[in-house]
Design a protein around this ligand. Structure first.
Ligand SMILES: [Cu+2]
Length: 373
C-alpha cells in the first residue's frame, strides 16, 4: 500500500513537471495547467485521464456509438460482413451473385451424377459393366463448359484484383499503421505527423481500480481500443503499414482491407469508408502470445468532425483536401494551418503521450491519454 502511494506521488510529480515544460511556450495556461496537475496529484489515474496538454487543444468530438449490425461480428453470422467501401461492395456482390451460385450449382450437379451412378449402375441392377472408353461429344462438353465458367469468374475477379491494388489518388489521406507486440501505433503525416497509440481496452474486472476499462460505448469485448483512429467518410485513405518487431497484419473486414505490416518495409493499400460509423478489425498475422489482443478500431465521421478530432490531437489541417485536386499551394496550406496555431507544435504533440505513462501491464507500452469522456 505504502509502495503504491509513493509510486503515485512520484508519477504525479513527473506529470506536474511534464505539464509545466510542455506548456512553457503558452504563457497564460502554464500556471493553471501546472496547478491543475498538482491538484490531481493524489490520483495518478485521474491526472492521466485529463491530460494536461488537453487544456490548450480543442476538445475531441464525442465517441461515436458502435452499431452492433455494422463493422463488428454478429452472433451466428456466417456470411461476409456488410461492406462499406466500394471495393468491398464489389467483392461482396462477386461472392454472393457469382461465386456462391456457381459453386452451389456445380456441387449439386456432381452430387446428382454420383447418386445416379451409384443407384443406376449398382451390381444387382447392372451386373455386366460397360466397356465404353471414349465419347467425343462428352469430352468436348466437359472441357468447354469448365473453361466458360472460369472465364465468367475471371472477368470480375481480375477487375476486383486490380481495383484493390490501384494506387491512392492525390487527394487521399495518408495514415501510417505500425504494428508492435502487441498494439498499434498510427501516424497522420498529412496532419502534422501526430501519433496515436491504440491498446485494447480490458474488462472492468481485469483492471486496477481507477484505470479505464471497456464500456459498451467503446465497442465489443476484445475489439474495443482506448484510442480509435478517425477517418473522414467518403475520402480515399492511403494506408501504409509497417512494423517495429515481427510481421503483423492490419485488417478491417467491413472495409475490405487486409495488409501485412512487415518490419523494415512499407506496404500500401487504399480504401475508403462510405458510411459513418465505427468499424472493428484485428491483427491478422500470428505475431506472438498476445496476437489476439491487438484489435483495430476505426471511426468514420464527417470532414468537420475529422478536422475537430485532428485539432484535438494537436494535429494540423494542412493535408490535401478532398475537393482540391492540386493542393500543393503553400498559401492554402498556411491559411488552413492558421486555425491550428493555438495547438502545440507537432514535435510536442508526439512527445505528449509519453508523459501519460499508464503502462498496460501485459504489454508494458505507454498508452495514450485515452478518449476523454
Ligand atoms: Cu500482430
Amino acid at each position: 500500500m505504502r509502495k503504491t502511494g509513493l509510486k503515485s506521488l512520484l508519477l504525479a510529480a513527473g506529470l506536474a513537471l511534464a505539464s509545466t515544460s510542455g506548456n512553457a511556450q503558452e504563457a497564460a495556461p502554464a500556471d493553471t495547467a501546472a496547478s491543475a496537475a498538482t491538484a490531481a496529484a493524489p490520483d495518478a489515474a485521474a491526472a492521466n485521464a485529463t491530460a494536461p496538454a488537453a487544456a490548450a487543444t480543442p476538445a475531441a468530438p464525442a465517441l461515436v456509438q458502435p452499431d452492433p449490425e455494422w463493422g463488428q461480428p454478429i452472433p451466428k453470422g456466417i456470411a461476409l460482413p456488410e461492406q462499406v467501401s466500394p471495393n468491398g461492395k464489389t467483392a461482396l456482390w462477386f461472392h454472393d451473385a457469382i461465386l456462391m451460385p456457381i459453386i452451389v450449382v456445380i456441387s449439386l450437379f456432381v452430387l446428382a451424377l454420383l447418386v445416379w451412378v451409384v443407384v443406376r449402375y449398382r451390381r444387382s441392377a447392372h451386373p455386366v459393366p460397360s466397356k465404353t472408353t471414349h465419347n467425343t461429344f462428352i469430352e468436348v462438353v466437359w472441357t468447354v463448359i469448365p473453361v466458360l465458367i472460369l472465364v465468367i469468374i475471371a472477368v470480375p475477379s481480375i477487375g476486383l484484383l486490380s481495383a484493390q491494388y490501384k494506387p491512392a489518388p492525390a487527394d487521399a489521406l495518408t495514415i501510417k499503421a505500425i504494428g508492435n507486440q502487441w498494439y498499434w501505433t498510427y501516424q497522420y503525416p498529412d496532419n502534422g505527423e501526430f501519433e496515436i497509440t491504440a491498446n485494447m481496452l480490458k474488462e472492468k474486472d481485469e483492471v486496477q481500480p481507477g484505470t479505464r476499462f471497456r464500456t459498451d460505448l467503446d465497442g465489443p469485448r476484445l475489439l474495443a481500443v482506448d484510442n480509435r483512429i478517425v477517418v473522414p467518410v467518403g475520402r480515399p485513405i492511403r494506408l501504409i503499414t509497417t512494423s517495429n518487431d515481427v510481421i503483423h497484419s492490419w485488417a478491417l473486414p467491413a472495409a475490405w482491407v487486409k495488409m501485412d505490416a512487415v518490419p523494415g518495409r512499407l506496404n500500401e493499400v487504399t480504401f475508403q469508408i462510405d458510411r459513418p460509423g465505427v468499424y472493428f478489425g484485428q491483427c491478422s498475422e500470428l505475431c506472438g502470445a498476445r496476437h489476439a489482443y491487438m484489435p483495430i478500431a476505426v471511426e468514420a465521421v464527417s470532414d468537420a468532425q475529422f478536422n475537430q478530432w485532428v485539432l484535438s490531437k494537436g494535429g494540423t489541417l494542412g493535408g490535401p483536401e478532398p475537393s482540391a485536386p492540386a493542393p500543393t499551394e503553400p498559401d492554402a496550406a498556411n491559411t488552413l494551418n492558421a486555425s491550428a496555431e493555438a495547438t502545440p507544435a507537432p514535435a510536442d504533440n508526439v512527445a505528449a503521450p509519453a508523459a501519460n505513462t499508464t503502462s498496460q501491464a501485459a504489454t508494458a507500452n505507454p498508452a495514450g491519454a485515452g478518449n476523454v469522456e
